[in-house]
Write a protein that binds this ligand. Structure first.
Ligand code: BES
Ligand code: MN
Ligand code: ZN
Length: 460
């Protein structure tokens, strides 16, 4: 992805002035008579999100006015400037004054200029921004580029993003940064003891696999990222109705986001030993599909009864987490699009996270707020652990009752983590249902920027 930041033409860049209801009268006074008349003729009132393009005497664009919330507003959307790339014609722009948070404003501008152009190149936008003074353009570019990677992977439909293509994407990231990338494919999963990954993925004509990426100095602290890579989730024999199946190309959103995070980490050369694990499967329907009430061994040794073939994400993560846990990483992070229940609780834009490590929880919450990459802590509520009981196996993958679905999923995964220094689990959505500033509709990079800040602070 080419950078949207343009340092060369600072002098010819079109200025964007941020205005609030409070600052508008004074800013209006400072305009030329023509510009003031033009603003008045357009009944411009500096409403948050409103944009006015002011012409010069010769009819070219002289400057842009863009409304943001008042300083004392109850809620200020720090990503507001992210709407600009969708409002402005192609060209190079600069901030004439500072929005509420200049770094997040410039980042939002970059994130908001993303278009999914794989199948229709004309959709790509050519709006550029001169990086404001004092912001680290290379760092913003690193974040925006990784976000675009996550979004592209999620937006790519399943016919072009199966387990094999997801592996190719991981290899491409690995090659760029000199990481090692290997995989265990098909029946080898059984030989090498990943029974759950195999069971979920075996009904697809596209072979299931466990993808591994390793990078960095082995003497550095070990951080392992695990991402749910369900390339399409039909629900399996517990088939989803079509309305629920519609978006399930995004069910590899956890994998996309751990790859985005890995890319940020490697690009910034953080001082950590990185391992990424992606169980990549398609949850398909066929004669050899796994069934409700089947019982499988797991890598960890626990036996798992299938209460519902649609609770497949936790199954593939379970084997990957067990492997990750075996070499006792200092920090183990997993994420995936695991439950509809997380959306019922917190909606699409606020993914829940789970950890028993209080200091880590505080850091995650703080970094999420600082990066405008919202995350909200939910509890690993021990009293619900017994809901996972099975009558025939160690554990059931889908407790009946359906209460607290995101929590019981987290509790299920917790059974497979024992030795990691700290464990953090995120139940993400990886999708923006309708465009918001800096967040175009479609695949979304969720949690990766917040976690990158956390890792930068700890291992920068
Ligand atoms: N991939 C889905 C979860 C999902 C659905 C995420 C919609 C985002 C939007 C997951 O595999 C799933 O189907 N979960 C089930 C679990 C249930 C059967 C225990 C769910 O949430 O209904
Ligand atoms: Mn499912
Ligand atoms: Zn799923």
């Amino acid at each position: 992805m080419p950078s949207i930041f343009e340092t060369a033409s600072a002098s010819s860049a079109i200025p964007i002035t941020f205005v609030t209801k409070a600052s508008w009268p004074a800013i209006k006074e400072g305009l030329s008579t023509e510009a003031r008349n033009f603003a008045e003729a357009n009944v411009y009132g500096a409403k948050p999100g409103s944009c006015l393009i002011l012409p010069a005497a010769d009819g070219r664009i002289a400057q842009v006015l863009f409304g943001i919330e008042d300083d004392d507003a109850k809620h200020r959307d720090l990503f507001r400037p992210g709407a600009l790339p969708g409002l402005l014609p192609a060209g190079t722009y600069r901030f004439a004054n500072a929005p509420h948070d200049i770094r997040l404003g410039a980042l939002a501008f970059a994130l908001g200029s993303y278009r999914f152009g794989r199948y229709r190149k004309s959709d790509s936008s050519d709006v550029r921004l001169v990086p404001p003074d004092g912001v680290d353009a290379a760092e913003l570019n690193r974040l925006a580029e990784a976000a675009a990677l996550a979004r592209d992977l999620v937006n790519t439909p399943s016919n072009d993003m199966g387990p094999e293509e997801l592996e190719a994407a991981a290899k491409q990231v690995a090659d760029r940064f000199g990481a090692r990338c290997t995989s265990i494919v098909g029946d080898d999963l059984l030989q090498q003891n990943f029974p759950l990954v195999h069971a979920v993925g075996r009904a697809s004509t596209r072979a299931p696999r466990l993808i591994e990426l390793v990078w960095g100095d082995a003497s550095h602290p070990k951080v392992t990222l695990v991402g749910k890579g369900v390339c399409f989730d039909t629900g399996g024999l517990d088939l989803k109705p079509s309305s629920s199946m519609l978006l399930m190309k995004k069910d590899m959103g956890g994998a996309a986001n751990v790859l985005a995070l890995a890319q940020m980490v490697m690009d910034a050369k953080l001082k950590l030993h990185l391992r990424v694990l992606i169980p990549a499967v398609e949850n398909a329907v066929a004669g050899n599909a796994f069934r409700p009430m089947d019982v499988f061994p797991s890598r960890k040794g626990l036996t798992v009864e299938i209460g519902n073939t649609d609770a497949e994400g936790r199954l593939v993560l379970a084997d990957a987490l067990a492997l990750a846990d075996e070499d006792k990483p200092d920090l183990l992070i997993d994420m995936g699009t695991l439950t509809g229940a997380a959306r019922v609780a917190l909606g699409p834009d606020l993914p829940p996270f789970y950890t028993q490590d209080e200091a880590l929880a505080a850091d995650v919450a703080r970094c999420a707020a600082a990066e405008n990459d919202p995350l909200w802590r939910m509890p690993l509520w021990a009293p619900y652990d017994s809901w996972l009981d099975s009558k025939v196996a160690t554990i059931n993958n889908a407790p009946s009752g359906g209460f607290a679905g995101s929590i019981t999923c987290a509790l299920f995964l917790q059974r497979f983590v024992e030795h990691a220094g700290s464990w953090l689990h995120l139940d993400i959505f990886a999708w923006t249902p309708s465009s918001k500033p800096g967040r175009p509709e479609g695949g979304e990079c969720q949690a990766a920027r917040a976690l990158y800040k956390l890792l930068s602070e700890r291992y920068g």
